[in-house]
Design a binder for this molecule. Structure first.
Ligand code: ZN
Length: 307
């Protein structure tokens, strides 16, 4: 279970951790994994066997994930509380902790919504679920989160978080969409199967009962679209969208309506874990800005500058 705010971070065993994809794979332009292929009995390369071998490898550092939730529906609607007795944040944090992440939770009701400078400084990836109380999120906290994203903190925006202040601020568009609550089937098709966020996922994820979100989804074109949804009622929707803002990585993931057990679905939990791996800040150089001394010897006698 994740710790309540104010505690020290949980130290989870690394025994169950799976090998994480090195981030530089994607930076180098290819999503394909470079794990050693394994020959099967027919002499053909079997990547699944290679995956099974590397899955035993342990990693040395744990990605610190702060799971944020407005935590309103859980307190106001019994059906939601029944589905998520520890809150949506509790369900997500537990699923991530089981997959080897160092998790904490934070909610709207806490001082500074649980997102103090210290908490954000110790957060590699922030996940965001909100719906009924977007306007109650303090602008100062939104600015603080935005600053950390630009510095390199990962941000996973979930479901109705599309309309949160932080997502709209980072996208620069209305982030509006069409919707319908009819407990209809959704298929999330993987449209970028080599992307690390799709690792271990089947060709599509089928959710028997979901809220429909339909296009047009008023977002900037994603850097990479990983999932595209089809709904029983006929609409389609860009359901898994990757962005970069500053040094930070952002992933919008559509599933998650509060009256359906979406976050108990193992495939959805796998995508969330993959997304946290993908979005976690790397160890790249600290960028420097402003007037710069030349690295090589050059003639600096030009005096036409007005600065
Ligand atoms: Zn919803």
């Amino acid at each position: 279970m994740p710790l309540a705010r104010g505690g020290t971070r949980t130290e989870h065993s690394t025994l169950n951790r799976v090998a994480r994809y090195p981030r530089e794979m994607e930076a180098s332009g290819g999503f394909d994994d470079k794990r050693a292929p394994v020959q099967n009995a027919n002499g053909r390369t079997d990547c699944r066997l290679a995956n099974a071998v590397t899955a035993e490898v342990e990693t040395t550092s744990m990605t610190r994930v702060t799971v944020w939730n407005e935590n309103v529906h859980e307190q106001e609607h019994e059906a939601v509380a029944d589905l998520y007795p520890d809150g949506i944040h509790g369900a997500i944090a537990s699923a991530l902790a089981e997959r080897g992440f160092d998790t904490e939770t934070a909610t709207l009701q806490e001082p500074e919504h649980g997102l103090t400078e210290d908490v954000l400084a110790e957060t590699d990836v922030l996940t965001w679920w909100g719906h009924a109380a977007h306007d109650q999120v303090d602008d100062e906290v939104v600015s603080r989160v935005k600053e950390r994203v630009l510095e390199g903190m990962g941000l996973i925006v979930l479901h109705s978080g599309h309309y949160s202040k932080i997502f709209r601020e980072l996208m620069g568009t209305t982030c509006s969409l069409k919707w319908r609550e009819a407990a209809e089937t959704e298929r999330l098709w993987v449209v970028e199967p080599g992307h690390p966020i799709a690792d271990g996922v089947e060709e599509y994820i089928e959710l028997p009962e979901t809220e429909m979100y339909g296009e047009r989804f008023d977002i900037p074109a994603p850097d990479t679209l990983v999932f595209n949804s089809w709904f029983e009622g006929g609409e389609v929707f860009r359901s898994g969208c990757c962005y970069r803002r500053g040094a930070g990585r952002i992933f919008y993931f559509r599933p998650g309506h509060e009256t359906y057990p979406i976050y108990h679905n193992e495939a959805i939990q796998q995508v969330l874990a993959n997304a946290c791996d993908w979005a976690a800040a790397g160890n790249g150089p600290e960028p420097s800005f402003g007037n710069a001394d030349p690295i090589e010897a050059i003639d600096e006698s030009d005096d036409r500058s007005v600065h």
